[in-house]
Design a protein around this ligand. Structure first.
Ligand code: SF4
Ligand code: SF4
Length: 440
């Protein structure tokens, strides 16, 4: 087993609620809510109109820039309205296409377009990934075609499939690797072809011995399955690269700067669907879990399905105190379940009063625990104090932008300081100042 990275924490894994639950298909809904911004980067723009009939897999929006991605119809039906609804990640109102399903679930003509990706050209594979709207499905949602396009001068020699899934409670990648290993491995081989690489790692945390076993049996010789020590955030890109290659991504840098490209296991499966069948990213596996859910499940669900319907499918909630989009460490608390499942929704967590730690925070007691826990070598206590005063310039001098928002500092803080919240606030201030200066 590989050694790990500096810092990190060991929160309770809480995977037992769904790790052994086979994926179940969520039935067709009568209405879907497809947000136009489901990726990092420039938004996408609607190319359909209210009243228009659409087919499953039809492109609904066009990207507005290279770092952007289109969205597609999750089923056949009619565009009811192009409106705005609460975006679960930003918390703001975001543009959204509402589709009323016709119940036929008819594919766009020509889909699926079965073909052999290993006979396709580099450019055709890239176009297949780009036009299918594939984005990082581990939650980061960075457009995949951008990650697979290293700029001139950057030599890539390492491809890593990220099957770590270190976030507590969540098991969507775990189940995918157990139940559909070939989609993951074939997608990885396509990504390797695009990058011109002959070897890759598939990294899995040691707490998934069944997935490690299946992948070791199935993986071709060019993909090495590596078991990694259980430590959060082992699945963060920079920590993963350090654990596997001993290379450190420099401050302000990207994995490409040290010759590495990392793609999540679910993303590899989506790359395969896009290249081998022309199927866009319109569904995913998501873990609906936590002790606040009556029957926690792993559900295959279309993008755009209302979360409330999926929670009802899991028996509803009991003693629910907190709803989180994502896991407990990096997820985002929500005030409503009237929000849609997105491409990056690897899980939804409902916590009970007993599981939550809702209490007032107090002044920093300079215990240093957050500094020890920070996997990025930052001084979170300083950043949190600067955050209270909104001093983003000083925070920038303290490497604010290197923070990966992993939540380790908040997790260990005995004063219960919402450090990540302060850091996100500082980053927002810094970005808005940057935007204003560009506009000036
Ligand atoms: S400062 Fe950022 S990177 Fe460091 S522990 Fe806190 S959230 Fe993680
Ligand atoms: S863990 Fe909390 S109390 Fe301790 S130094 Fe960090 S911010 Fe201060």
């Amino acid at each position: 087993m590989r050694s790990s990275f500096k810092g990190g924490v060991h929160p309770p894994e809480e995977k037992g609620l769904v790790k052994d639950s086979p994926v179940v298909d969520f039935p067709l809904s009568s209405r879907y809510y497809v947000l136009l911004q489901q990726h990092l980067g420039a938004p996408s723009r609607a190319i359909v109109k209210s009243g228009e009939n659409v087919k499953k897999g039809q492109t609904l929006s066009e990207p507005m820039g290279f770092v952007s991605a289109p969205v597609h119809a999750p089923t056949s039906g009619t565009v009811k309205e192009i409106t705005r609804m609460v975006h679960p990640v930003t918390g703001l109102l975001g543009p959204c296409i509402i589709i009323d399903a016709d119940g036929k679930d008819e594919w766009l003509e020509g889909l699926p377009a079965v073909r052999d990706p290993f006979t396709m050209t580099h450019d055709d594979l890239m176009e297949a990934v780009r036009s299918a709207g594939v984005v990082g499905m581990g939650g980061a949602t960075f457009p995949t075609h951008v990650k697979l396009s290293p700029p001139k001068g950057k030599t890539i020699d390492t491809f890593i499939v990220n099957g770590v899934e270190c976030e507590p409670y969540l098991s969507s990648d775990h189940r995918l690797m157990l139940e559909e290993p070939d989609r993951v491995l074939n997608g990885a081989r396509v990504a390797m072809k695009i990058l011109g690489l002959e070897k890759a790692y598939l990294a899995i945390e040691a707490n998934k011995p069944d997935a490690i076993r299946v992948m070791e049996q199935k993986a071709p010789p060019e993909i090495q399955v590596v078991s990694l020590k259980v430590k959060y955030p082992q699945g963060a890109e920079k920590q993963l690269i350090k654990a596997l290659t001993d290379r450190e991504v420099p401050s302000g840098g990207l994995p490409m700067d040290v010759g590495a490209v990392v793609q999540n296991a679910g993303t590899c499966a989506a790359i395969w669907d896009a290249c081998a069948a022309g199927i866009p990213l319109i569904e995913r596996i998501t873990s609906i879990t936590g002790r606040g859910i009556v029957q926690p499940k792993n559900v295959r669900v279309r993008v755009g399905t209302l979360l409330k319907e999926v929670i009802d499918f899991c028996g509803g909630v009991k003693d629910a105190a907190k709803l989180i989009f994502g896991g407990p460490m990096m997820g985002i608390a929500q005030f409503t379940s009237e929000i849609p499942i997105m491409k990056g929704t690897s899980g939804v967590l409902v916590l009970t009063e007993k599981d939550t730690n809702i209490s007032e925070y107090s002044a920093c007691i300079s215990c240093g625990r957050c500094v020890e826990a920070c996997p990025m070598g930052l001084i979170p206590s300083t950043l949190s104090k600067l955050g209270e005063k909104g001093q983003w310039q000083k925070a920038a001098e303290n490497n604010l932008m290197d923070c990966i928002e992993c939540g380790c500092c908040t997790y260990v803080c005995p004063a219960r300081r919402p450090i990540v919240h302060f850091i996100k606030h500082l980053k927002a201030l810094s970005r808005s100042a940057g935007a204003k200066s560009k506009g000036a």
